[in-house]
Design a protein around this ligand. Structure first.
Ligand code: NDP
Length: 263
């Protein structure tokens, strides 16, 4: 046990050495995986720029990070607004001199059966889950390419690998994120030194299911929770593993399910 504790402490120290002073932007940091990721990276010495629409939550998170000796910069960002994405990222570069890591995490999952034609919800998923990732990436990629380094982490999903009934549109958006990650890797990793990681979580206990309005799915979330879910911190540690890997290591894809999840 002592040996295991020692190994964990050594791993944390190594990760701190890689991340100390780095600038990481985390979108959708007001709850769930984004919040946990911001805390995890700040604990390793990264300066974290946290953004979302619920600024009261961001302010509380920034205070928590600051109280623990970390550095956080919080700001309103609706990732569906291209200009806001550009100006938030430019503000971070101005404040801290650059951006080393972008975690494209903001997303929503209003699952519904296609026949119910919840077209407004489809629009929102396309806008946040796909276009939000594109806009935020567009706002940093030139800067990263110019300095010859950077890391884009896209929070896709197991739904970026498989498809299930009621998830056709959500899965389509996450398949798009998985495809985009691979395209970015091909265009920017070898040529511009930018690492790209697609994180593909299975079921995680967060607020994500709160956007589901399809009544026929009312028991769905409870049954998943009952079967067993990951904690947001489990995914935060996965992000940390990818971004704290040595500079020559490009961790491209990580799929993480709870042990109890079959598909
Ligand atoms: P949460 O609902 O807890 O977090 C979603 C975050 O996205 C919130 O911080 C929310 O902030 C933000 N967000 C939503 N819309 C926008 C917007 N227009 N602009 C900016 N931010 C926005 O869920 P999770 O933590 O679970 O979700 C994070 C990511 O993980 C998502 O991409 C999700 O698809 C993915 N994922 C989650 C899984 C799970 O089981 N929980 C499984 C696989 C993937 P605010 O409302 O304040 O703007």
């Amino acid at each position: 046990m002592e040996q295991a504790d020692g190994a964990a402490a050594g791993g944390k120290a190594r990760d701190q050495a890689e991340l100390e002073g780095k600038v990481a932007v985390v979108t959708g940091a007001s709850s769930g995986i984004g919040r946990a990721t911001a805390l995890e990276l700040a604990r390793c010495g990264a300066r974290v720029a946290i953004c979302a629409r619920r600024t009261d939550r961001l302010d509380a998170l920034a205070a928590e990070i600051g109280g623990a000796g970390g550095l956080a910069h919080a700001g309103y960002l609706d990732v569906t607004q291209r200009e806001q994405c550009a100006s938030f990222m430019a503000g971070v570069v101005e404040k801290w001199g650059g951006i080393d890591i972008l975690v494209n995490n903001a997303g929503l999952m209003p699952l519904s059966f296609f026949k119910n034609l919840k077209v407004d919800e489809w629009d929102r998923m396309v806008d946040v889950n796909i276009k939000g990732v594109l806009y935020c990436t567009a706002a940093v990629i030139g800067h990263m390419a110019e300095k010859g380094s950077g890391h884009i982490v896209n929070v896709s999903s197991v739904a970026g690998r498989i498809v299930f009934p009621s998830g056709s549109v959500y899965c389509a958006t996450k398949h798009a994120v998985t495809a985009l990650s691979e395209g970015l890797r091909q265009e920017f990793s070898a040529r511009a030194g930018i690492r790209v990681t697609s994180i593909e979580p299975g079921a995680v206990d967060t607020e994500l299911s709160s956007t589901i309005t399809d009544e026929s799915l009312s028991g769905f979330v409870d049954s998943i929770k009952k079967a067993g879910v990951l904690a947001a911190e489990d995914i935060a540690r996965t992000v940390r593993f990818a971004v704290a890997s040595p500079a020559h290591v490009n961790v491209n894809e990580i799929l993480v399910r709870p042990v109890s999840q079959e598909r």
